[in-house]
Design a binder for this molecule. Structure first.
Ligand code: GLC
Length: 566
């Protein structure tokens, strides 16, 4: 007999018209190829290395792989700077390797979505090379603006720090790059650019892929002209280059390219409010949007690179934001990490309750309404790394952010922001995957491109898979449960005990099915002692192997997470 409070904060939307889709029922696994598995001993993960792990992915139970960019690239931003959309980066293998990967995944009923980076290309892309020489149709493929070499066209800042403009001597004009200077922004105002992208998208769809994750998609449309940005914005100019006036039109055009294919599409929108998501996703748009509000709860007023304030967060904020996403977004994406974020167990969990807090986060991820995205290594609770200096950092965003803080006089030296870097750097997610406790964690034979996290002797796939109560096992069980229970996929979501500062508890309901999920998100015991209504219940999953708690007066242990069928 279990009891639960029936007091709710947010009204669920009470959906009766369930629109079943394979991508709603799928668990997605994100692979950052450079750091996943090296098959040829050059220290860099590669495509045959992923194929070697196809059975691993199948055993874990995931349904879709999202492959971060594997296209030809000079790697100024690890593949997010593409120099040829139709070929594979040498370090990662060949097109034949990629075809084999697709076939091996499909043979296991795992679909494959590719990363589509079309806000910008690499400077080495043929389009840019021809554009800087003003050749033919390519002349206006990028944002070129007149000006003297000492005065950028406006005050816009790049997301990676420094000005968003670089002067190109060869063409004698400035070009826009919202990210690295090696990543010039494509000029979506030019219909030829849009046609070229549609052609390329269709080329990949014809190769049999199952969809795309669309990178930085909220930046495609820039304000008319290039008006000065508000210097008080954390990224100066963002109000003019995020969600610009023609974004809906561009996304509609892109979505039309997917129409004849059975795909899933998910757009990354770093700046979209919860209310904006359904303007871009749904019937005619993309299937889903990554909305990032919950990833900002630990940032200061100046954003994630605010040295004055970072790393503190409140459970109440997390519950409130997730509840809004759950109840306001037609089909939410679920994620607590990716290749751009610190590791969730270090950030939202507690490394001294490593297994408990990693499995608690997994429980939330896999029992909310929406499509869950597991980033490589989360299934073993990979943690943040310790970086001892800027020379250990690979990520251009981290380097640019530190440079800006020093240039703006906010701090005098790296030492003053070492803690912030160790909290925030995107490199935490990019240390190589920890397969076992042998040398280099069996990621590679020698010289990994990036140092491993030293804790691989304990935190590794082999150790966790052989333990029936491990984090890995928990992921597998939760994925299985979600696949078996429609209520976990399509059911309504209602938050329970909204004001409790230790519990994150909620119910999922579909017809007469009712699941209750109770997470004690704290390192102290907590008693579920609210005004309750008696309900029969069965424990489906718990992250403490011995007698999981029932809420009737008994204390939940630190980071205890239980899923009940009521
Ligand atoms: C997206 C990617 C990130 C990349 C950036 C520029 O935010 O997730 O890794 O650096 O776009 O392409």
């Amino acid at each position: 007999m279990t009891q639960f409070n029936s007091q709710l904060t947010t009204e669920s939307a009470q959906r009766t018209d369930i629109d079943e889709q394979w991508w709603k029922e799928a668990a997605v696994y994100q692979i950052y190829p450079r750091s996943f598995n090296d098959s040829d001993g050059d220290g860099v993960g590669d495509i045959p290395g992923i194929t070697e792990k196809a059975d691993y992915l199948d055993d874990l139970g995931v349904d879709v792989v999202w492959l971060c960019p594997v296209y030809e690239s000079p790697n100024a931003d690890n593949g997010y700077d593409i120099s040829d959309y139709r070929s594979i980066m040498d370090e990662f293998g060949t097109m034949a390797d990629w075809e084999e990967l697709l076939a091996e995944l499909h043979a296991r009923d795992i679909r494959l979505i590719m990363d589509l980076v079309v806000n910008h290309t690499s400077k080495q892309h043929e389009w840019f090379q021809q554009s800087r020489r003003r050749e033919g149709e390519f002349e206006d493929y990028y944002h070129w603006v007149d000006g003297t070499p000492d005065e950028p066209p406006n005050n816009w800042k790049s997301v990676f720090g420094g000005p968003a403009w670089t002067y190109d001597e060869e063409r004698g004009q400035w070009y826009l790059h919202l990210f690295d200077p090696e990543q010039p922004d494509l000029n979506w105002r030019n219909p030829d650019v849009r046609d070229a992208i549609t052609e390329m998208v269709t080329w990949w769809l014809e190769k049999g892929i199952d969809g795309f994750r669309l990178d930085a998609i909220d930046h495609l449309s820039k304000a008319d002209g290039y008006p000065d940005g508000d210097p008080d914005e954390p990224i100066v100019g963002v109000e003019h280059f995020s969600h610009g006036p023609r974004l809906p039109e561009y996304l509609d055009e892109l979505a039309a390219a997917f129409e004849d294919y059975d795909t899933m599409t998910v757009g990354e929108m770093g700046g979209a409010d919860i209310e904006q998501v359904d303007d871009f996703a749904g019937d005619d748009g993309l299937d889903m949007i990554f909305q990032f509000e919950h990833m900002g709860i630990d940032a200061g007023p100046d954003g994630p690179w605010d040295p004055e304030q970072f790393g503190e967060w409140e459970l109440g904020d997390l519950k409130e934001i997730i509840s809004q996403q759950q109840n306001q977004i037609d089909w939410p994406t679920l994620f607590f990490g990716n290749h751009d974020q610190p590791r969730p167990v270090s950030r939202f969990g507690d490394e001294s309750y490593h297994a408990e807090s990693a499995t608690l986060i997994a429980t939330l991820l896999l029992t909310l309404r929406g499509t869950p995205y597991i980033y490589q290594g989360e299934e073993i609770g990979m943690t943040n790394n310790e970086f001892d200096g800027l020379e250990e950092i690979d990520d251009p965003m981290t380097v640019g952010a530190v440079d800006d803080l020093i240039a703006d006089g906010v701090v005098d030296s790296y030492e003053e922001v070492a803690d912030l870097v160790n909290y925030q750097s995107r490199d935490h997610a990019r240390t190589p995957m920890q397969w076992d406790d042998t040398e280099n964690a069996d990621f590679t034979d020698e010289n990994p491109w990036f140092d491993l996290n030293e804790n691989f002797d304990e935190i590794n796939v082999e150790a966790l898979r052989s333990d029936a109560d491990s984090i890995w096992q928990h992921y597998q069980d939760l994925i299985d449960l979600r696949q078996a229970e429609d209520v976990l996929v399509y059911g309504d979501y209602d938050l329970l005990l909204p004001d409790h500062d230790q519990f994150y508890a909620y119910q999922r309901t579909l017809d007469d099915e009712r699941f209750v999920i109770v997470l004690n998100w704290s390192n102290e015991p907590a008693t579920f002692d609210a005004d309750v209504e008696a309900i029969d219940s069965e424990i489906l999953i718990s992250n403490y192997s011995d007698s999981p708690s029932t809420p009737s007066g008994e204390a939940f242990r630190p980071y205890e997470a239980v899923v009940y069928r009521c």
